[in-house]
Design a protein around this ligand. Structure first.
Ligand SMILES: Cc1cc2nc3c(=O)[nH]c(=O)nc-3n(C[C@H](O)[C@H](O)[C@H](O)COP(=O)(O)OP(=O)(O)OC[C@H]3O[C@@H](n4cnc5c(N)ncnc54)[C@H](O)[C@@H]3O)c2cc1C
Length: 179
């Protein structure tokens, strides 16, 4: 279980919308969702992609805590005033039912990383270990999912590696452009 004092944040509350419903009265909807940023379950890519959600015992309780926080937020007066109290997601109270519902309905957060993890597949310069002249520089080299969405970290990583590579092959040119 993540320790708030030492571990990076592992839960994120997402807000999306407003989306039109197409109703004649112009009603719009929005959502609040809980995301587990740092799941401990590990998927694998072999003959297919196996995600193995909730394989690690820590993940389901953590996501349930995220949902609890969403519940707290949607019962706050400011949000209730926006929603007329209506919601589409089921009202589930029993823990077993809630766990079953989460397992059935949890969905990807589109942040897969690590199929060419630094340290095992590539070295610290993103060169594929044991293969000359081949590098991988993208989200797949992250050994772990960052405690954030992955797009900006991927760009940052690629810029960083590109810079280091350029410094290595053309140090004087880089120094001239940076001065
Ligand atoms: C639906 C969705 C929503 C997302 N929303 C967010 C978000 O809101 N915020 C956020 O931070 N992250 C988001 N992400 C995650 C983010 O997009 C990825 O983490 C990031 O794009 C990873 O970058 P990448 O370079 O590793 O891979 P990609 O961006 O997937 O780049 C891989 C590139 O390689 C190309 N390619 C693949 N195979 C070959 C081949 N054989 N030859 C040549 N080219 C090839 C592909 O066409 C693609 O252009 C989202 C992802 C998805 C799928």
């Amino acid at each position: 279980m993540a320790k708030p004092t030492t571990d990076p944040p592992d839960l994120q509350i997402l807000v999306g919308g407003p989306f039109p419903t197409g109703d004649a009265d112009g009603m719009q909807v929005f959502f609040l969702a809980a995301a587990l940023l740092k799941p401990r379950s590990r998927g694998e890519v072999r003959d297919g992609i196996r995600l193995n959600y909730f394989d690690h015992a820590d993940d389901l309780p953590r996501l349930l805590e995220g949902l609890e926080r969403v519940e707290t937020a949607i019962h706050a007066g400011a949000i209730q005033a926006l929603t007329r109290g209506e919601r589409f997601s089921p009202h589930i109270t029993g823990t077993a039912d809630l766990e079953a519902w989460v397992k059935e309905n949890a969905w990807t957060y589109h942040h897969p990383v690590g199929t060419c993890a630094m340290g095992s597949v590539v070295d610290a310069e993103c060169r594929v270990i044991g293969v000359q002249g081949l590098s991988v520089v993208d989200a797949s080299v992250m050994p772990d999912i960052p405690s954030a969405n992955t797009n900006v970290p991927t760009i940052m990583l690629a810029e960083h590696v590109a810079h280091r590579r350029t410094v290595a092959v053309a140090p004087t040119r880089v120094a001239a452009t940076e001065s």
